[in-house]
Design a protein around this ligand. Structure first.
Ligand code: NAD
Length: 275
């Protein structure tokens, strides 16, 4: 019987998500995949991660060489860089998992066209929310409304410029307070820290103009809570996620990291469960 070649995986961005994934590839996916190399804007971080991944000597490359050496790139950098990394990857005919989804939202169609032309695939994990499976299924019928209600501890909104412009003072908030209501498109501009969740939801459903977002600053909440509400001709879906943060990066939900691991599992496994 022919043995299938291992998938070579390159990681761009060696922070909380990239580091967790690199370690998982080495510890859990060794039978189907190998870590082809690492890259980070801060090369010291890439070398430190390479060392902590074990004795096998994981190489560190510049982006161009890493793409060349890999079958699949995992992007875990920043929304300002994700489109460029994705463009370079798919135009080289290589596959990519994108974590900084906000960075591709406005040029998603362009990226999809380039991937299609080159036979590359783009994978976007659900990230910090649940309900994407149901939304994708409901989208094959008729969607009436998609709403995301995000509730975070009020300190999560410190230094958000939009609040200063709207004369909203976090120190005066004593109970749950709606600080934004509008389209996902406007939410992404006003609250860049909420960008990935809104972007994934928009791409899976009815787009950034039609997807509604309500943001609540809470004096009591200890977790980042995302509630997705979908009204469609197949019924109503309500999905609530109460996220704990990643121990290495308080801005990143631990579920988002696990969602990337689950996506990788799906890419490598012959069986695909869930829509
Ligand atoms: N999809 C989701 O639901 C979701 C959830 C959480 C985080 N994210 C996003 O995933 C990304 C990674 O998150 P994280 O928690 O690991 O962040 P992090 O800050 O811990 O790590 C990011 C790493 O990327 C590196 N980097 C930045 N720009 C780069 C570039 N141009 N080229 C190479 N490396 C670069 C940084 O030096 C850093 O090491 C972020 O954009 C974050 O917003 C997505």
């Amino acid at each position: 019987m022919a043995t299938k070649k291992k998938m070579k995986i390159g990681i761009v961005g060696c922070g909380a998500i990239g580091s967790s994934l690199a370690k998982r590839i080495v510890s859990d996916f060794g039978a189907q995949a190998e870590l082809a190399g690492l890259n980070d804007a801060d090369m010291d971080k890439a070398y430190a991660l390479a060392e902590s991944c074990g004795s096998s000597g994981i190489p560190v490359f510049n982006l161009k060489d890493l793409i060349k050496k890999s079958d699949l790139i995992i992007e875990a950098t920043h929304m300002s860089a994700s489109f460029d990394i994705a463009k370079k990857t798919v135009t080289a005919g290589k596959h990519i998992i994108i974590m900084s989804v906000g960075g591709i939202l406005q040029r998603y169609r362009q990226l999809r066209r380039m991937a299609r032309e080159k036979g590359a695939r783009i994978f976007i994990p659900s990230g910090a929310i649940a309900g994407i499976d149901g939304l994708k299924a409901a989208s094959c019928g008729k969607i009436k409304r998609v709403t995301l209600v995000t509730t975070k501890p009020k300190k999560a909104f410190a230094a958000v410029e939009h609040l200063t412009k709207k004369n909203i003072h976090l120190d005066k908030i004593r109970s749950d307070t709606v600080i934004f209501e509008g389209s996902a498109s406007s939410a992404v501009k006003a609250f860049p820290q909420n960008v990935n969740v809104s972007a994934v939801l928009s791409l899976a459903g009815i787009g950034p103009q039609e997807t509604r977002v309500r943001i609540i600053a809470s004096a009591k909440a200890a977790r980042n809570i995302h509630q997705v509400e979908i009204e469609s001709d197949s019924g109503r879906i309500v999905c609530r996620t109460e996220n704990l943060v990643h121990p290495d990066n308080p801005k990143t939900s631990y579920l988002a990291v696990l969602s990337a691991v689950a996506m990788l599992k799906q890419v490598l496994d012959p069986v695909k469960i869930g829509t």
